[in-house]
Design a protein around this ligand. Structure first.
Ligand code: SF4
Ligand code: SF4
Length: 427
């Protein structure tokens, strides 16, 4: 178990978490009765036709809502579907929440096993898109944006979180297998494993260049790695993928390796739990486990106005229900006491300039925020460098007026992206 102070460790220095060289095994936390899986909803059609309440499912079974639906989730436990209900996530994105009552005996689905002898990008896409770490396989399959290099993140991009470091230290053979499989199923031959500066020893055999990065936030964010490790600056409005670089977490690569070598789809997620008392624990739980089960395993009581964040303190998102399940990309759960939680306010900007001085992208954030508050997203992008923002959240952290700048930025980018997609679809 990791035990470290929340306040003393990180926030004042903005230093990334550093795990000790020898790590205890992640603590296992089981779901008590049910798991829930969020299935992307691409149709208003209701109810789903391919899965229904009362259906029995096996661990590793692929579940789609409709017969012609290309999206799917993988059942992370065996049991009976007991509910299918709508769920609205950040920015109004809609999902179907599929609840499964866990059976006493676990039975494994063996459909994927037939592909383990002949890995292809197609069968990886067909089964591994919602594996732990969410391998971005769709990005690798996009012929319009060919990928020439894969960067494997062996360091966590947010503070207080040790998940990727733990996986890099403890699942190196799976990562090595995953790299080999990715080399076989794509034309990509450049792989770079990014680690913390003091953990660079011992990775020479894995089939990737090993590069270290600085230990100060936000050095582990993709745009910073592009600049400091690959020597490429992303032009405003472009993405890493458009530059031919795909970022993949160490866990995603390990999931690919384990799935093909072991013959079973991995369904357990490693994550860092940071509780109100500042304790950090690395835990392993089934994807879909409700957070209330995890909190109850450690006796964490949630009081009114306490806050639960999925992700780290700089870039995570608040969740509002104790039934919220662990998702394939949940690297951290942060529980804040109401006294620790930074609340936003409706105070106006006092033009102190702290956000401008802190911004690693040198954006005039004090100006940008005026357009974001007014919902003038195109002006924000055209005239105030919205698209140069690297999504670090430092501006929100330092803002004395507690303006939720980062939330405005995320919303603006989401809306602009949506408009761009709609435009492309209309053409
Ligand atoms: S989140 Fe804020 S501080 Fe970070 S790059 Fe964007 S504007 Fe700058
Ligand atoms: S830190 Fe906040 S108050 Fe200060 S200039 Fe930036 S937006 Fe305005």
């Amino acid at each position: 178990m990791l035990k470290k102070s929340f306040f003393g460790l990180v926030i004042p220095q903005f230093e990334y978490e550093r795990l000790p060289a020898i790590l205890p095994e992640a603590e296992k936390v089981a779901a008590s009765k049910t798991i829930s899986l969020f299935h992307e909803k691409n149709s208003d059609q209701n109810p789903p036709t391919s899965i229904q309440i009362g259906d029995e499912v096996n661990t590793g079974q692929k579940i789609s809502l409709f017969a012609d639906d290309p999206t799917y989730v993988i059942a992370s436990a065996s049991g009976t579907v007991s509910a299918i209900s709508p769920h609205t996530a950040d920015f109004g994105k809609t999902y179907a929440a599929i609840t499964i009552d866990i059976a006493e005996t676990e039975t494994f689905d063996d459909q994927f096993k037939t592909h383990t002898q002949s890995p292809t990008l197609e069968n990886a896409l067909e089964y591994l898109a919602s594996a732990p770490g969410c391998p971005p396989l769709q990005t690798l399959a996009d012929s319009e944006k060919p990928i020439k290099a894969i960067v494997i993140s062996g360091v966590d991009s947010d503070l207080l979180t040790g998940t990727r470091q733990y996986i890099t230290s403890t699942q190196l053979n799976d990562i090595k297998d995953g790299i080999q499989i990715l080399k076989n199923i794509t034309d990509i031959d450049r792989f770079i494993l990014v680690t913390g500066r003091d953990t660079i020893q011992g990775y020479g055999h894995i089939g990737a260049d090993v590069k270290s990065i600085d230990t100060t936030y936000p050095a582990a964010l993709p745009p910073m790695i592009m600049k400091n490790v690959l020597g490429e600056i992303i032009p405003a409005g472009k993405t890493c993928e458009e530059m031919g670089v795909c970022f993949m977490s160490a866990e995603a690569v390990a999931s690919i390796g384990r799935a093909y070598t072991g013959g079973q789809l991995p369904v357990h997620k490693i994550l860092t739990l940071i509780t109100k008392d500042g304790n950090q624990r690395l835990i392993e739980t089934t994807i879909g486990t409700p957070i209330k089960d995890i909190l109850s395993a450690y006796g964490v009581v949630i009081n009114e106005e306490d806050r639960i964040v999925f992700g780290g303190p700089m870039t995570g998102s608040a969740v509002y229900s104790l039934d919220q399940p662990v998702l394939p990309d949940t690297d951290a759960i942060l529980v804040l006491d109401r006294a620790q939680a930074a609340y936003s306010s409706d105070y106006p900007c006092i033009n102190c300039g702290d956000c401008v001085r802190t911004c690693p992208a040198q954006i005039a954030v004090n100006m940008l925020v005026r357009f974001l508050e007014a919902g003038q997203y195109e002006e924000a992008a055209d005239n105030y460098d919205l698209n140069s923002c690297i999504d670090c959240g430092l501006c929100s952290y330092v803002c004395v007026s507690k303006i939720p700048i980062f939330q405005y930025i995320r919303l603006a980018k989401y809306e602009l992206d949506r408009a761009k997609t709609a435009e492309a679809t209309d053409v």
